[in-house]
Design a protein around this ligand. Structure first.
Ligand code: OGA
Ligand code: NI
Length: 357
């Protein structure tokens, strides 16, 4: 297999392990018992609800009600699904199709985009550079959409032929949706509607896309597609496979398996908005389970602050009773942690990284 010198070990794409036909997974992917999906040997998630579903089409006719649903979703769940978000449904389908097209190409074609831990841009199979770490059962493609100085379409896959154009348009529409959400989230904190966006650097915010590909796994009960983590950035807009569940969201001591609604986005609050809101909004841990008969693809779009601005709790929210819970830090400083250590619960925000029972 291809060996990139700045990874601690040679990179083996999970897809090639999956396609080898082996009925067992290598030890490197076996999680300690406390982190394995409880889904397979208990019914603890079955009685619980799905994450909130919000219809943004109601924003004009039922504004108060929609804002209050969003407030509750951000403060109690940190996760919600949105329909009527303004992004073209056919474009969403095309975005999924072009990425399936990319991952279904021969390995040599994908390896031409192999990434390194310096920037993570391109085709990869691990997050974190710790030698001997337990790995996740997933491959991914990571690319930048903004700022313009980082966006380089030559680093996006050249095939399928319309991938670059589809993803360019998709990212433009998703950014518009994020811009709209930022106003609502700001208003719901009783801040001016531009306060959160201004804290992100106004029009100089950042945006990137991580496309996750989870191949079929012969022993899904022993591993995870993506270990428990919270997203380090601002907002995440996930387009998940409508036919294959996989994302699990932590709710108190349970893991809720998200059932995607047709043409919905799954939105979650990232760590930077938790900090700006002084923990009114919650950046919640989530993880991905895999399965033995269906592969799964997801597009995670990250809407982030300009990376060298200091992010700290909004001054307007601070009182003697509610002092700042976090020190100022730039997003660049913050994300170095996750990029070195890999996904690890929420330890970087000073919270427990233990998985629920
Ligand atoms: C992520 C993520 C979830 C999924 O990429 O940060 O949480 O369902 N993805 O792939
Ligand atoms: Ni995530």
């Amino acid at each position: 297999m291809n060996c990139v010198k700045d990874w601690p070990e040679p990179i083996v794409p999970v897809q090639s392990l999956s396609e080898s036909g082996s009925r067992t997974i290598p030890d490197r992917y076996i999680k300690p018992p406390s982190e394995r999906p409880s889904f397979f040997n208990s019914t603890q998630t079955s009685h619980l609800n799905n994450i909130p579903l919000i219809d943004l089409g109601d924003l004009n006719t039922k504004r108060e009600e929609t804002l209050s649903q969003l407030y509750q979703a951000c403060t109690e769940w940190g996760f919600f699904q949105v329909v009527n978000h303004g992004v073209n449904p056919q474009l969403m389908d095309r975005a999924r199709e072009v990425w399936y097209g990319f991952f279904h190409q021969p390995m040599e074609v994908k390896q031409a985009y192999a990434n390194s831990p310096k920037t993570y841009e391109g085709y990869g199979s691990r997050l974190g550079v710790q030698k001997g770490a337990v790995l996740d059962w997933g491959d991914y493609y990571f690319l930048h959409c903004l700022p313009c100085s980082l966006k380089d379409q030559n680093k996006w896959p050249a095939l399928p032929p319309d991938l670059r154009a589809v993803i360019d348009e998709y990212s433009a529409q998703v950014m518009k949706f994020c811009r709209k959400l930022m106003k609502i989230l700001s208003e719901n904190l009783r801040l001016g509607e531009e306060t959160l966006q201004n804290a992100f650097g106004g029009e100089n915010f950042g945006a990137c896309l991580r496309v996750n590909f989870y191949p079929k796994c012969p022993q899904p009960e022993l591993t995870l597609g993506l270990s428990s983590h919270s997203d380090p950035g601002g907002l995440t807009v996930l387009l998940a496979d409508e036919n294959v569940a996989g994302l699990q969201v932590r709710k108190d001591d349970n893991w809720i398996t998200v059932k995607p609604a047709p043409h919905a986005f799954i939105v979650n609050i990232g760590d930077q908005i938790q900090v700006l809101s002084n923990a009114q909004y919650k950046s919640i841990e989530h993880r991905v389970i895999v399965n033995s008969d269906r592969e799964r693809l997801s597009l995670a779009f990250f809407y982030n602050p300009k990376s060298d601005l200091l992010i700290e709790p909004a001054k307007e929210l601070l009182t003697p009773e509610t002092p700042a819970l976090y020190p100022p830090m730039t997003f660049d400083q913050y994300r170095l942690y996750i990029r070195t250590k890999g996904p690890r619960g929420k330890s970087q925000l000073g919270q427990s990284q233990n998985s629920p029972r």
